[in-house]
Structures are given as C-alpha cells and as structure tokens.
Write a protein that binds this ligand. Structure first.
Ligand code: NAD
Length: 481
C-alpha cells in the first residue's frame, strides 16, 4: 500500500517539531517525475545551534548515561517496533523523494529494524578489560561515550544509514544531531517520529534537514560537538575533516568507491552475470559499494559481456512506484554528470556495449543501464565514481594483473572475485585493498559484518560489532588498593 505525501515537514529538535528558524523551506523533488512533491523546513546554522544545545543538555542530564545499558537496548527495540506503524509511509516516501523501487523502499524497513535490534542487543555487551598490574593495584577500562555525535547522511540510503549510526550512538550513551540529506529527507523524519513514540528522551536524537554548505557545514564546524560520522563523497568528506581538525575531534568517514570484481575463468558465468548486474543496477548504481568495475579474464570476456548486456537490456526503466526494475538518478545535475562522464569514456576510446545516454520519453532523471567494454584501467571511466548504472568491463591475462587493476584506484571500499577455486579466492581476497571483499556474490555480508573503506574511501567502520567502537573512547582507571 502507498500513502499520500504530507505537504510540509518540520525539523525535530529537543523533542519538538519546529519550522526553520529563518522561516525558510526547501522543496523536495520526485526524481521520477522531476516535479516538487512537498516542502521541508530549511535548517540553517541557527537551527544547528539549537539542535546541538538540545543534544548537549540531554547528554549533560545523563538521561541516557544513567539508564542501564539493557534499557538503552530496549529503547532500540521499541523504535524498531514503532517503525512498523510507519511502514507504508516509509516505503512511499523512499519511492518519491529518493527514487527507490517500491520493493527497495519496503526493504529499507526490515533492514533498519535489524540494525536497531542488533545494536540494541549489544547495548549490555560492550565490556571493558581488567588489566593485571600485580598486588595492591586494580586497573580497568571503561568505554566512555564522546558526548554529542554529529552525523551527516547522504541521500541514497538515509534511513538505514542514519538509523545504524544513531543506534550505535545511543546505546553507548551519546546524543545525536543528524543533518539529513536535502534531496531525500522524508524517511528520517518518520524515523524521528518513531523515536518520539518509543520514548527516546527529548534532545537525544535531533534531526535537521538543510543544505550541505549551510546546515551541514555549520554542524561539522560547531564548537560543541564531540564526534562526527560522515557518509558521503570524498570531496565533502575532506571539508568535514578540515573542520574536525580545528577542534581535534574524531571522525568516522564513509566515503565513495569504485569497487571492482575480478572474474576468473573457472567462475559460474551465469552467476557472475546475475551478481554483477545486481551489483551495479540496484538503486540505479547509486550505492557507495556498487560493483562499478568488472575485471574479466580475457578467455571469457566476450561471454561475460554478452550475459551482462542481456541483463542490462532486460531491465525495465521507469518510476519505482510503478514496479520498474531501474529507477531514476536523484537529480538532473547527477544525470548530466553521469551522461557527461559516459561521453568522456567514448572520447577515451571505450566502446558502449549498451546504454550511455539518458532515457528519452520519460519525465524524470532516468539513465539507461550502461556497459562499457574495451576499457583501459587508466581511463577516467575506470577511475572516477559515476554513482549511476554504469559498469566498465576491463580484460586481464594474469592474476597479478587482475589484482593490480582491482587495487589501482584511489578508492578501497569494496572488492570482489568470482571463482570456484578456494585457494585462489583466499589468496586474492588477502591481496585486495578494500574494506570488504565479496566472493561469488556481490554484497555477501550484512548488518553483522563490518563495513567501511580503505584509502580514499575513508576509515572507521559501520555495521557489525566493530562499529560500536567508533562511538566510544577508552578510559582507564588505575587504583592503588
Ligand atoms: P555529498 O558528499 O554531496 O553529501 C553527503 C552529505 O553531506 C549530504 O547530507 C550533504 O548535504 C552534506 N554536505 C554537502 N556539503 C557539505 C559541507 N560542505 N559540509 C558538511 N556537509 C555537507 O554526497 P551525496 O551526493 O549525498 O552522496 C553520494 C556520495 O556518498 C558518493 O560518493 C557515495 O559513494 C557516498 N556514500 C558512501 C557510503 C558509505 O557507506 N561509504 C554510503 C552512501 C554514500
């Protein structure tokens, strides 16, 4: 079932729903039609000030800190339960402000609930250490929260990406100010409503929508935040890091990728094609860990390309709400960018096996699923992130060459390989410089598996048990008995 989109949404600060302090509003556009669908309050530096003050007051009140950890965990379970009540509305807004397919929009809810329940279950299991110092001394460590965690979220998966960071922050006793993405802010407002109904203390979670250069920059540079979680592009990440350096505060950086999967000659080619197509065409390629490069042994190159092209051409392109396979890109600007980079690929000498241009005859921002062949690893299309449904297929002859190509970009978010040979799989997985390596299935892994980048893809980990350690600092207590 789908629901009506509410015409106007307010920010959630200090447990209250508020207009933008300067009365501004931002229009939200449906990328499948190019038409505005609603407005949201425009958060500016003043709203960020108010949100940080509310988060600070809540942290200082010890409302969360004095709550036994298992109760903080129970709070996550209650938020997860509350999301059920908003399931239809969340699926609808994910289609309309984000361009997801209805199936993907629906899928965001159980995924988000799993994050909440996973970290809720860990709330009372983050244990310190007792360090032996000999007779007369007792020494132990405490996982202390940072304080106010500032979180900046991209538009492509705001609900699960936002919720997993918020859950980690709350169960460890931090409070949160989250700057939601201006292009797709709606699902996080519904998340804030779930927090409110679940009884999250006022000020513990604050959600402010605003422009990146305005509200985002103001949050990253705020004097009274203690910790930053940034998910987005490398360029914005660098500016956030510069702001954090001024105040020497720690950051978790989840940035972009140009992830490559290596296909060895013994791989199951039908499985490769299915996995590679899902890896690049899901959410029209607008996923940081999309498999945007396929590095294929020359002996099977043509067979792999033929299978991939057949899958690309079989996809229906259109509004997600109509059940199409491939939805729009988020904006006209992003469509222009992806199309322009495709033109660069042709100028560089690569061949378009299919796609390469926008889809005509549709009102929204639709890009044809695209496969490039005859690609050299040094071409721009093999180095730069498209963030669109474009995969480049690069041939290789030796395993060493394949590893060098896979590792040969600035990024290190994800990598993959396809083979039936277990020894080869383990050996190559060890050599790939990426935060996660998928063998025989793109995105093998899930809520429980640590996720994050190497090299320019960032540092720190989200998901899995490791993520919690990014939200606490070790405090040591030494006692002379
Ligand atoms: P973006 O960097 O443009 O924006 C991300 C967020 O930062 C948005 O909320 C935006 O408003 C905000 N922002 C923009 N300018 C800012 C500034 N000067 N100061 C502070 N905040 C600012 O990225 P995007 O286009 O929204 O998302 C796409 C990028 O995000 C891609 O590179 C993608 O790979 C990456 N991404 C990474 C992950 C991951 O987990 N590694 C997940 C999703 C997306």
């Amino acid at each position: 079932m789908t629901t009506e989109i509410r015409p106007y949404w307010k920010n959630y600060i200090g447990g209250k729903w508020v207009d933008g302090s300067e009365d501004g509003r931002l229009a939200v556009t449906d990328p499948a039609s190019g038409q505005p669908i609603c407005e949201v309050a425009r958060g500016t530096a003043r709203d960020i000030d108010a949100a940080v003050a509310a988060a600070r007051a809540c942290f200082d009140s010890r409302a969360l800190l004095d709550m036994p950890p298992h109760e903080r965990g129970a709070l996550m379970f209650r938020i997860a339960d509350e999301l059920d009540k908003a399931a239809d509305e969340i699926a609808t807004v994910e289609c309309f402000d984000n361009g997801k397919t209805l199936a993907n929009g629906r899928g965001e809810i159980p995924l988000t609930q799993r994050y909440l329940r996973y970290y809720g279950g860990m709330a009372d299991k983050l244990e310190g250490r007792q360090i032996p110092l000999g007779a007369g001394l007792l020494d132990y460590t405490i996982h202390a929260p940072y304080g106010v965690s500032a979180q900046i979220v991209p538009w492509n998966g705001p609900l699960p990406v936002g919720a997993r960071s918020i859950a980690c922050a709350l169960v460890t006793g931090n409070t949160v100010v989250l700057k939601s993405p201006e292009d797709s802010p709606l699902s996080l407002f519904l998340f804030a409503e779930a927090c409110e109904r679940a009884g999250v203390p006022a000020g513990a979670v604050n959600i402010v929508c605003g422009l990146g250069a305005e509200a985002g920059a103001a949050l990253a540079a705020h004097d009274d935040i203690d910790h930053i979680v940034f998910t987005g592009s490398v360029e914005t990440g660098k500016s956030v890091l510069r702001a954090a350096a001024e105040r020497v505060i720690p950051c978790v950086m989840e940035l972009g990728g140009k992830s490559g999967g290596i296909v060895f000659p013994d791989a199951d080619l039908d499985q490769v094609a299915a996995s590679a197509a899902a890896g690049i065409f899901k959410h029209a390629g607008q996923i940081c860990s999309a498999g945007s490069r396929l590095i294929v042994h020359r002996s099977i190159y043509d067979q792999v390309v033929a299978r991939l092209v057949a899958r690309a051409e079989a996809l229906s392109v259109g509004p997600g709400i109509e059940g199409c396979d491939l939805g729009p890109l988020i904006s006209a600007r992003q469509l222009d960018r992806v199309e322009a980079l495709c033109r660069v690929g042709v100028e560089e000498g690569a061949t378009l096996a299919t796609g390469g241009t926008r889809v005509t005859g549709l009102d929204g921002f639709f890009m044809a699923p695209t496969v490039f062949t005859d690609v050299r690893p040094d071409m721009r299309i093999a180095q730069e992130e498209f963030f669109g449904p474009v995969v480049v297929v690069i041939p290789f002859d030796t395993t060493e060459e394949a590893i060098a190509i896979a590792n040969g970009t600035d990024y290190g978010l994800a990598a993959g390989l396809y083979t039936r040979d277990l020894t080869l799989a383990h050996t190559v997985a060890d050599r790939l410089v990426a935060g996660q390596v998928y063998v025989n299935q793109w995105w093998a892994g899930g809520v429980e598996t640590p996720f994050g980048g190497m090299k320019r893809s960032g540092y720190g980990r989200e998901k899995g048990q490791e993520a919690l350690l990014g939200y606490v600092q070790t405090k040591n207590v030494g006692i002379k008995l």
